[in-house]
Design a protein around this ligand. Structure first.
Ligand SMILES: CC(C)(COP(=O)(O)OP(=O)(O)OC[C@H]1O[C@@H](n2cnc3c(N)ncnc32)[C@H](O)[C@@H]1OP(=O)(O)O)[C@@H](O)C(=O)NCCC(=O)NCCS
Length: 156
């Protein structure tokens, strides 16, 4: 199994926020943001594993600022850390005001995806190779979160 770099898993998605995506205040709906985040992270997982994948968990997600109707949402994701069959994907979302170009951080989250074989069972994924200082920091932090999740799951 060939190891992959973090760079191999980079995904950038753009989405224009339309009226149907918003609440009465004209702010994007949280569920819409979560859906886009899941799609973006899934594509990073596909690029890494090149197999079917499922979302196993989403760590805490905070909505830091409202994205408004007409804004451009920019989602960026990549694999932070790999276990045996699981991958932690980090997603960062920014919104861009289309008239001014101002950008602001809307939300971030860590999602865990698991590679699934033809029998519906977890299967091994290549190890992710962090190359830059930032990628190495995210890898180390991802490993800590992976261990914390395993402890939480063991406790039930
Ligand atoms: C995720 C799933 C495949 C794990 O299956 P399982 O039989 O519990 O597998 P295991 O206990 O052997 O765990 C396999 C890996 O998943 C990880 N994992 C399992 N549950 C997890 C969770 N809730 N959060 C994070 N990671 C999890 C384990 O840590 C392990 O990682 P590793 O192989 O890198 O060490 C299974 O729980 C499942 O299918 N869940 C439903 C997924 C789904 O329908 N998602 C929504 C639609 S895509």
């Amino acid at each position: 199994m060939n190891d992959k770099t973090v760079k191999d898993t980079h995904v950038i998605m753009h989405e224009l926020i339309l009226p149907n995506d918003t609440n009465l205040l004209g702010n994007v709906l949280g569920g819409r943001v979560m859906h886009l985040m899941d799609m973006c992270a899934a594509m990073s997982a596909y690029k890494h594993a090149r197999t079917a994948v499922v979302t196993a968990s989403v760590d805490q997600m905070d909505f830091l600022a409202p994205a408004k109707m007409g804004d451009i949402m920019i989602l960026k994701s990549s694999v932070n850390y790999t276990g045996k069959s699981s991958m932690e994907i980090g997603v960062r979302i920014e919104s861009e005001n289309p008239k001014t170009g101002d950008m602001y951080h809307t939300s971030s989250a860590y999602l865990t995806f698991v590679s699934i074989n033809d029998n519906g069972k977890p299967q091994g994924v290549p190890m992710v190779i962090p190359e830059t200082a930032v990628e190495k920091r995210r890898f180390d932090e991802g490993e800590q979160r992976y261990n914390q999740r395993r402890d939480r799951l063991k406790k039930g």
